[in-house]
Design a protein around this ligand. Structure first.
Ligand SMILES: Nc1ncnc2c1ncn2[C@@H]1O[C@H](COP(=O)(O)OP(=O)(O)OP(=O)(O)O)[C@@H](O)[C@H]1O
Length: 702
């Protein structure tokens, strides 16, 4: 084949290849068997002529008069599209080419882009449609004409409307909303987009994506989400070279093509999950996209031309700051979106998630009623999350169960497709209600506003008929919740796990919110070392060594012999064993577990703690206090031991939570032990060192 290819001028190659492809297997083998060039050409020529004849026949069948074989050969070899009627070929024909020409003119491209597009169109005209380059050039031209080179939507920024829009879709989030309003107000006054890129950081399901959508709605700009999770190839951002098979533009250019406007809101979702691989650093590519000094002429490798991104409003989201590349973070203004309290979740469930789920399942409050107590049961027994995503899913599951009840109870005569019955029912329904309920009205894009939820009731549901078969509204109570969702997944409280010596409750921070961690230790035989399990990082292991050294130095306080370790090894375990953990904040918990085990005294079951310790027993501040306090509150713990230097972080915690817990601020490990154990330890320490209690009610005597 290679020899044959050398013998054929390259512009005819495609026709030869097409002829061979259409040949039968024995014919193809015959071509391959022909070793010398002359034989091979002799074998191939009839195949080529047969292919041409076939093309001609198809054309004649299509009513074309031309039957001049020679003329045909010449035109095909020139790649003449109008003479290539093979229906299998993706041929634009002259109309298609003319259409491209018009679209290029209409696309309002900058001069440089227009010239490049016309040049590509010229190439396309000269190509045979079955050449691989044909479809590549065609795809490129399609992108060129689809891109919004100058198309902009008119922005409508009205600050009071912005507040109303955000309030309509989001309960609470006051700080976040205030910060977004400030940002929009400054943008409006300055009249340009040069400003930091907002980056919403918080656990999953707390409304980061949803608030970004509200910004787009408020501004009247189109919105598109670009998911960055797991991207480890810079070409995903910057585009691939056109020479590669299946090459594509980068995600930013693709997003702009979709929204058809050069000033959309583009959400860079999960910017903290960008990876790095062998194909360059996508973070560096993203820097180019976001940098206002360069992004007015961002060159996507596939496009090969500068595209102006300066009108795009970029918003980013992340679960954690720690894995965002520093140069990228410098370009962004971080807005923390914290997790919700139980009360906030109940309100969000009632005001937003339930109406949304009812709408999505074709139900209304007349058919299904979920009281706040039931939402609290779902939150407490079926969710452990900082956000409300699982809650929304569980409410969805309850709606589906009610939908089945309604479907089963529906009288026979209300069959789908019975238009007469449908019309009657809508009228009957409207008359029956007569109370202004927006029944049958399609719900607005983006959802209804809080307090004015519209329900798109299926016209097939006739409440009057249904009431004969079903007690309406269906009450979602504890029994129904357990029937539908199964046995509770989570138990409230720590159910007796802390009632043995050598166990204490620590508080951990994770990108998905705070976590309560029951740390356990026990004596095993062996030669008196300390074994740690639970996938601990080096910092955490060092915290354990520091805690043990402190206990050794202060063994007399706990009533231990100096050489207490000689009796056997101590094994300390941090659940969940499959998840790696690190950081210094478990210091106070490790120390408390050791003291509890060695002194054989139980830690108070209502106490949880966090804080870094030094060798001299000083307690240092740690991060993630709000998430940790919320997690402890969710788990039903009522006394929290926190570093005194973290006092300022308590300002972020809602009063409803602070009112229900006791916060003990400590400076030293002695104060930690005072708070962690009942009376026993208070005798050992000087009463002057008692921790400062900031709770509303005085702390019980230690
Ligand atoms: N304060 C709130 N008020 C009303 N609905 C909310 C609120 N917070 C979250 N939601 C709803 O919870 C769901 C999940 O929110 P969203 O997708 O915005 O979470 P996210 O923070 O972007 O999560 P992820 O990090 O996983 O992307 C959405 O349906 C959203 O409308």
């Amino acid at each position: 084949m290679a020899v044959l290819m050398f013998a054929v001028p390259s512009r005819h190659l495609a026709d030869v290849v097409a002829a061979l492809v259409k040949a039968t297997l024995p014919e193809r083998l015959q071509v391959l068997d022909a070793v010398d060039l002359a034989t091979r050409i002799r074998v191939t020529l009839p195949l080529l002529l047969r292919h041409i004849q076939r093309l001609k026949d198809v054309r004649e069948a299509a009513g074309d008069e031309t039957n001049d074989k020679e003329n045909q050969i010449v035109k095909i070899s020139r790649g003449g599209r109008n003479l290539s009627p093979d229906p299998e070929l993706d041929d634009d024909g002259e109309d298609g080419i003319a259409e491209f020409e018009t679209k290029i003119k209409e696309a309002n491209m900058p001069d440089e882009a227009r010239k490049a597009a016309l040049k590509e169109l010229g190439r396309l005209k000269r190509m045979a449609p079955h050449m691989p380059e044909y479809s590549m050039t065609r795809n490129y031209l399609e992108l060129m004409v689809d891109l919004p080179w100058s198309a902009m939507v008119k922005e409508t920024c009205n600050i009071s409307k912005a507040r109303a829009d955000m309030d309509a879709d989001h309960y609470g989030m006051e700080k976040v909303k205030r910060r977004v309003l400030e940002y929009l107000a400054v943008r409006q006054l300055r009249g340009d987009l040069k400003g930091p890129i907002l980056c919403f950081v918080g656990p999953p399901g707390v409304g980061k994506t949803s608030i970004a959508k509200s910004i787009a709605t408020t501004l009247g700009r189109p919105y598109q989400r670009i998911s960055l999770g797991g991207i480890s190839d810079q070409h995903d951002i910057r585009g691939h070279r056109r020479t590669y098979i299946g090459a594509m533009p980068g995600r930013v250019i693709q997003a702009l093509r979709n929204v058809k406007a050069k000033n959309p809101v583009l959400l860079l979702d999960e910017v903290d999950k960008l990876g790095t691989g062998i194909h360059g650093d996508p973070g560096a590519a993203l820097l180019e996209v976001l940098d206002p000094e360069q992004n007015f002429a961002f060159t996507d490798t596939y496009l090969g031309l500068p595209f102006d991104l300066s009108q795009v409003l970029f918003v980013a989201t992340a679960n954690t700051l720690s894995s965002i590349p520093t140069p990228l973070m410098d370009r962004m203004e971080v807005i923390h979106v914290p997790g919700y309290t139980q009360e906030e979740k109940i309100m969000i469930g009632q005001l937003h998630l339930l109406p949304k789920q009812l709408r999505e399942h074709g139900l209304t409050p007349d058919i299904m009623h979920v009281p706040p107590e039931s939402i609290a049961i779902v939150i407490g027994e079926y969710t452990r999350e900082a956000g409300v995503r699982t809650l929304e899913r569980k409410i969805g599951a309850l709606c589906r169960a009610v939908a089945v009840q309604v479907a089963e109870a529906r009288p026979e005569d209300q069959a789908i497709g019975d238009e007469g019955v449908k019309a009657d029912m809508v009228v009957a329904e409207a008359e029956e209600k007569g109370d202004g309920t927006q029944q049958g009205e399609p719900h607005k894009e983006g959802g209804p506003t809080a307090g004015e939820h519209s329900y798109h009731q299926s016209p097939l549901i006739n409440l009057t008929h249904l009431k004969e078969y079903l007690d309406l509204p269906v009450q979602v109570d504890a029994k129904m919740i357990h029937d539908v969702l199964g046995p509770p997944i989570f138990q409230s409280g720590l159910s007796g796990r802390v009632s043995v010596p050598g166990v204490a409750v620590g508080l951990a921070w994770t990108p998905v919110g705070g976590e309560v961690m029951v740390v356990e230790a026990s004596h095993t035989g062996g030669d008196g070392g300390l074994t740690l399990t639970g996938q601990l990082g080096s910092v955490m292991q060092e915290s354990a060594k520091i805690a043990l050294s402190w206990v050794r130095q202060h063994s007399f306080l706990i009533g231990l012999e100096k050489d207490f370790m000689k009796d056997g090894e101590i094994h300390m375990h941090f659940p969940a064993g499959a998840i790696s953990k690190d950081g210094p904040s478990a210091g106070v918990t490790i120390l408390t577990v050791l003291v509890s085990l060695l002194s054989q005294r139980c830690v108070r079951p209502d106490v949880a703690m966090t804080g870094e310790i030094t060798l001299n027993g000083v307690v240092l501040p740690v991060g993630g206090i709000k998430e940790k306090v919320m997690a402890a509150h969710r788990a039903g713990l009522t006394t929290l031991v926190l570093p005194a230097a973290n006092k300022k972080d308590l300002a972020d915690i809602p009063n409803s939570v602070l009112n229900e817990i006791e916060v003990v601020l400590v400076n030293t490990v002695e104060e930690v032990l005072q708070a962690a154990f009942d009376e026993g330890f208070s005798e050992m320490f000087d009463n002057d060192k008692d921790g400062e209690s900031v709770s509303k009610s005085p702390m019980s005597k230690l």
